[in-house]
Design a protein around this ligand. Sequence first.
Ligand SMILES: *Cc1c(COP(=O)(O)O)cnc(C)c1O
Length: 372
Amino acid sequence: MNTDHYTTWLEIDLGAVRNNIRQTLEISGRPVMAVVKGNAYGHGVEAVSRAALEGGATWLGVARIEEALALRDAGFTARILVLGYTQPGMVRAAAAQDITLAVADPGTGEQYAAAAAGLGAPLRVHAKIDTGMSRLGVRGEEDSVAFLQLLHGLSGLDVEGLFTHYACADQPERDVTAQQLSRFSAVVAALEASGWRPPLLHSANSAAGIYFPQARFDLVRLGISLYGLDPSAEAPAPQSFQKVLSWKTRLVSIKTLPPGQGVSYGHRYHTQGEERIGVLAVGYADGMRRVLGVNACLVRGRRVPMVGTICMDQCMVALDSVPDAQIGDEVVLIGRQGDERITAEDLGRLWGTINYEVTCGLTARVPRVYIG
Ligand SMILES: *Cc1c(COP(=O)(O)O)cnc(C)c1O
């Protein structure tokens, strides 16, 4: 890998992706769906999907039909589930590409069945029930059972799966997940008593798949920890998981400024004494956040603060503690340098958000360089 020519880039360790899938297969003992929505949480969907399948994942999970169709266009033949809502007008395209759709309410199920009638084969769907997330899916045991039976009776549909999603799986000390799990299990039991249930049950995201053995059922939907990231501080990915992403940029200018000099838009920073100020080739159009006074980076193995307003394509950094820094130096925004490390979790804390939003916010113009 030669990154000499890049000014700002992501290094994506595909060996870590394969490792994280293998770890999940080992811990859960269940098949794994690699959740690669949102451009694989910002990591690059095609390369990550390929590595996840090499690591042993058997499903790909996305949020939108467009993401699924793009995977098929790129040549992926693995099973794909669209976890979110799909317009009935896309049923033909989904069926033609062997894409499985989630269905989360009876009316939509009937529309899908009507659209699939006459296609030659039924549309494969996974029914979504709401056990407490209050997002997509039918709520309540009776209505859920009736929903599943309705779908089962529609000749245009093959109801292969039944699933739900947890609201608080990343807070293992709360009892919400156990409650949701018992509601899900009650629907499964009622269906079994009626003589039919979908063959494939799934409920676990990363946190539930790692921390709630009873939530694993037939498939674990691995998102955040596929990337080696922690579901939360209380539910960290196990030590054996490896971080996939590093975010790097370069020093592109170094100047010594006089005391009292305003720096960057709005002059929201002024030098105290004479200060060595560097410029980095990274800004909010790359995914850096325009938050004053919290950002830092690693230069020559030392942690140094960014100063002044973050611009769209650049930002400034205080270099007095790194006298040997030079134009062209590699600078780490997420990842390791020497003994220092900055994580997506660290940036999430500084920015008042979570690691998920940090990596999903890394924009399309930043080249992804694949290693491992
Ligand atoms: C995004 C998503 C996942 C993955 O969740 P993680 O917490 O990232 O593991 C699983 N299931 C559904 C329905 C999702 O939308």
